[in-house]
Design a protein around this ligand. Structure first.
Ligand code: HEC
Length: 157
């Protein structure tokens, strides 16, 4: 099921790009401009293959040391991301936490961790890519969030 959905997204992304390429080069009519724009949105905002690959890279560089390779974290030190209510149901706050660290995000859950999560990335694109990656890995099937949805988060750090 999950694999099928991903495959669909990859294929949709591929055809989108092919169409984008074959439409290019014409005159700049208004109609064409808006078509280009929606294609561009899809390419940067949806969880296409490129965004997932970017998210995976960021996870392996930055998150895995604490949340571990399988996303399960370490009890009482780093929370698991598998089935995390915060991640799955407060996804925008999770994006804010990746940008600003947990000191700047309203508290959640009962467990008090010995140290807050430090800020991890400094831009919306990276934050959304890595959150979409964890939303759809380690057994999570959490949908996705777009850059447009998080642009009003103030980047504090
Ligand atoms: C230095 C260790 C560390 C790193 C690196 C780290 N985190 Fe965290 N993460 C934490 C801690 C500690 C918490 C709990 C924070 C709290 O509750 O105040 C947390 C909480 C979270 C949560 C909320 C989970 C829940 O159920 O409460 C998410 C989502 C999350 N981290 C994602 C990420 C992502 C994505 C990255 C990489 C971009 C990352 N973290 C990198 C330590 C880390």
């Amino acid at each position: 099921m999950k694999t099928k959905r991903l495959l669909f997204l990859v294929l949709a992304g591929f055809f989108g790009l092919t169409m984008f390429a074959s439409c290019g080069g014409g005159g700049g009519s208004q109609e064409q401009t808006s078509a280009d724009e929606s294609t561009k949105m899809e390419a940067t905002d949806g969880p296409d293959a490129a965004q997932m690959a970017k998210g995976e890279k960021i996870y392996n560089e930055k998150c895995f040391a604490c949340h571990q390779k399988d996303g399960n974290g370490i009890p009482n030190a780093f929370p698991t991301l598998v089935g995390s209510d915060f991640l799955l149901n407060h996804t925008k706050e999770a994006v804010a936490q990746v940008l600003n660290g947990s000191e700047h995000v309203p508290s959640h859950g009962d467990v008090k961790y010995p140290a807050p999560m430090p800020p991890q990335v400094d831009n919306y694109e990276d934050a959304v890519a890595v959150i979409n990656y964890v939303l759809n890995n380690f057994g999570n099937d959490g949908g996705y969030i777009t850059v447009d949805e998080v642009k009003d988060i103030e980047i504090i750090r």
